[in-house]
Design a protein around this ligand. Sequence first.
Ligand SMILES: [Mn+2]
Length: 322
Amino acid sequence: MFKEIIKKIEEFDTIIVHRHMRPDGDCIGSQAGLVQALRNTYPNKKIYSVGDDIPEYLGFIGLSDEVSDDIYKEALVIVVDTSIKERIYDDRWQNAAFLIKIDHHDDSHPFREENYLEFIDAGSAACSAIIARLIESSDVLKMNKEASLALYTGIITDTGRFLYRGVDKTLMNAAANLLSYDIDTEYMFAKLNLKEMNTYRLEAYVYKNMKMTKSGVVYMFFTKKIMKKFGVSCDEAAALVNTMASIKGSMIWVTFVDYGDNIRVRLRSRYVAVNEVARSYRGGGHLQASGATIYNKKEMKAILNDLDSLHASFKQANKELE
Ligand SMILES: [Mn+2]
């Protein structure tokens, strides 16, 4: 399949790379890494990166270009790290002459039928690792320092710094190859890890105030009032979900963040698959890292009930796990 993708890349003079909304590190890393490698390989092709909603902490790798509507009809569009078409940032992907999807989600669905190719490796813990393999395995595409920094950042973020399940030999080999391009990892980790003092204060608040359901699902609701008090944004609050990650007996942990129009839910877990529950509340994602959207306290209660039952029956069936 890599060969067919490369063939299409060779065929087109205009290549536009899209990704999903509300991008994370793997999403930006996949997109920027691919764009940088393509630019490095084809100085005479027009290569674009779509999306101006790059989070500040990913500004050191993210690329955002203005793309005019009329070039799509002659362009190859590549969508990275996106499972369903509703999540693609910028609807103009539909106008592509040819469309390619490269993804690693379990619930990935085809974007369309005609003039379309997809490569999905749900076994890869990061989409960036697939892009790295695509580039490294081809005789045509040329990796460089910028591309490798972006892809390595994607791998680091989507694997929780190589901690999550799914980190395997293939992924580590891809990461090792990227390191041969002289990436400044100290700089990268500073960009990813440094937090404002008020975020740490809020973290302390989470430790003190997180709640637990009967079976041990831990959760935190970040109200407007709390976020205002600590001076953190909704996204910064949501990023604190893993503060609750390592509590014995609590294999599911959840944040609720009041975004005003809706409440966004982040679900994380070890062992237990939580994406089914996410799907029933307008969300989805990975088995152990999903998101959902709810609209009121009643739904919050309902989703917590669902998770509590799931957690209770999982514990019942897996007594050795905690
Ligand atoms: Mn990803």
